[in-house]
Design a protein around this ligand. Structure first.
Ligand code: PMP
Length: 362
């Protein structure tokens, strides 16, 4: 078996023990005589799978009963609409535009109400988290303040949450979900596309404070599927959910728990990030993309002096069993996504390759 070091931004590496367990259970799930792929979502066996996934997630994050956990479809992108449709009760919300996906979310929200851009770092190419010192004052009388906590493409992250006073904070945590502890009571809602740290593509986890979803969505035009109220009441089974995806997520949650939980994840991820940033800071060939104070522990972005050198680096990586380091077209260059399932050894292998590449260019 030849598994590569996979630094893809998502879909991304999954823990090997999870894949092996799925393989083992695939044809006959625990004596059911069928696979989870073939099983009714209304069956007893499946009820146990989804209940266990939610319970494990509640344990590892520490989610109180005042929050609901939803397993939805449509990717993180559908929540760009779902959030204003459900939460814009007074018709106005604030957005921190710190990257591509935050900008898309802001533009989508503007279709449903007054979506105000409170701060942006677009003028510096999204290389940092913008200054948020005025947020508390700006947040007054808004339905929510929206952030994208980790900007997957640019490799920046919020190292402190903005103080929004009584206004609920809503966060897209897609690329830092389960990478580190999540103080859920600081938020009104968080959501994450699963395909980075939590499982396969096709599942979006939404965690929302029950009082915010009230009797139903803020806007009449909200599609029935997108009503957080309806989805919460139906325990994410208003229609057929992504049964297999949720099953895989449940296994990843258990794996995270067995590894020591979110604190342990954060420790290893910080160590992995430090190894790569140390190489970048000492380098004369590579240039880190993100401002030091805004650096992500999940996506490390960098480039060489020329696109030709970037291409040579990416091409050479293959021969070392390193995949997925080509960055998004918006930044160019390289990106190493070092999610939970990317091992410390994998990161060391990348760091060694970077150093060898540097030597060869001197
Ligand atoms: N938000 C963030 C932070 C992302 O990284 C991504 C995708 N990589 C999205 C939103 C969009 O996710 P999806 O493709 O699941 O709609």
């Amino acid at each position: 078996m030849a598994r590569v070091h996979n630094f893809s931004a998502g879909p991304a590496a999954l823990p090997l023990p999870v894949l092996e367990e799925i393989q083992q259970e695939l044809v006959d799930y625990r004596g059911c005589g069928m696979s989870v792929l073939e099983m009714s979502h209304r069956s007893q066996a499946y009820a146990q799978i989804i209940d266990d996934a939610e319970a494990t997630l509640r344990r590892i994050i520490g989610i109180p009963d005042t929050y609901r956990v939803l397993f939805l479809q449509g990717g993180a992108t559908l929540q760009f609409a779902g959030i204003p449709l459900n939460l814009m009760r007074r018709g106005r919300a604030g957005y921190v535009v710190s990257g591509h996906f935050a900008k898309l979310a802001w533009q989508e929200a503007a279709r449903y109400g007054d979506a105000r851009m409170l701060a942006t770092s677009e003028d510096t190419g999204f290389d940092r988290i913008p200054d948020l010192s005025r947020i508390r004052e700006q947040a007054r009388d808004l339905d929510y303040v929206y952030i994208c906590q980790n900007n997957t493409i640019f490799g920046t992250m919020f190292h402190a949450l903005p103080d929004t006073g009584d206004t609920p904070l809503v966060a897209d945590v897609s690329s830092c979900f389960l990478s580190m502890p999540l103080d859920i009571e600081r938020y009104g809602l968080v959501y994450a596309g699963a395909q980075k740290n939590a499982g396969p593509a096709g599942v979006t986890v939404v965690i929302v404070r029950e009082d915010l979803i009230g009797e139903g969505p803020a806007l009449e035009c909200c599609p029935t599927y997108m009503s957080y109220r309806r989805q919460a009441d139906a325990k994410s089974m208003m229609n057929t959910p992504n049964t297999f995806g949720i099953y895989v997520c449940g296994k990843v949650f258990r794996w995270v728990e067995q590894q020591g939980g979110l604190k342990a994840m954060a420790q290893t991820n910080s160590e992995k990030a430090r190894i790569l940033y140390d190489v970048l800071d000492a380098s004369e060939v590579f240039r880190p993309f993100a401002e030091p104070a805004s650096r992500s522990i999940a996506n490390v972005t960098f480039r060489c002096a020329t696109p030709e050198l970037d291409a040579a680096f990416i091409e050479g990586a293959r021969g070392r069993g390193i995949e997925g380091v080509k960055a998004h077209r918006l930044t160019g260059g390289m990106r190493a996504s070092i999610y939970n399932a990317v091992s410390l050894d994998g990161v060391k292998a990348l760091a060694a390759y970077m150093q060898d590449f540097e030597e060869s260019r001197r």
